[in-house]
Design a binder for this molecule. Structure first.
Ligand SMILES: CC(C)(COP(=O)(O)OP(=O)(O)OC[C@H]1O[C@@H](n2cnc3c(N)ncnc32)[C@H](O)[C@@H]1OP(=O)(O)O)[C@@H](O)C(=O)NCCC(=O)NCCS
Length: 112
């Protein structure tokens, strides 16, 4: 469990582990939360980038989570993709990201 501090305040938390069950060896984000008054400030993105670096340093190559439908655009903006899988318990979508394969945009390609 990680807490995010901004100034003197705790403004978010994340529950992350290296999965031993469904996707062994993958990073698994079980919970991720930013306080409502601090949303859309870029804190979630910075927090996730920090978590991703920790996971990579531990040798993790892929990350997965069960996305709250209201957070899907957030996860997409961080490079996660929808899978065909739906979590049975929550009926929410499973999303994945390959830690070694950043999403590319047009500017990443050079004409030859
Ligand atoms: C989802 C959540 C963690 C996002 O945190 P945040 O700090 O507001 O996110 P950021 O400011 O870093 O946003 C990064 C980008 O994600 C996207 N994004 C974030 N929230 C979004 C929203 N509500 N709608 C659309 N896009 C969104 C945007 O592209 C944003 O970039 P921009 O602000 O420059 O457009 C936060 O809204 C939250 O805690 N929600 C409730 C708990 C939750 O759903 N957790 C996820 C569980 S799976």
């Amino acid at each position: 469990m990680l807490l995010l501090k901004y100034g003197d305040e705790y403004v978010g938390f994340a529950h992350v582990k290296i999965d031993k069950d469904e996707r062994p060896g993958w990073g698994f984000i079980l919970e991720f939360y930013i306080a409502p008054s601090k949303r859309r400030w870029g804190l979630g993105r910075s927090f996730f980038n920090y978590i991703e670096d920790i996971l990579k340093a531990k040798g993790v190559k892929n990350i997965w989570l069960i996305a709250n439908s209201s957070a899907e655009l957030f996860w997409r903006s961080l490079g996660f993709n929808l899978t065909n899988e739906i979590d049975e318990e929550t009926s929410q979508n499973v999303m994945t990201k390959s830690a070694n394969c950043p999403s590319l945009s047009e500017g990443d390609f050079l004409p030859m």
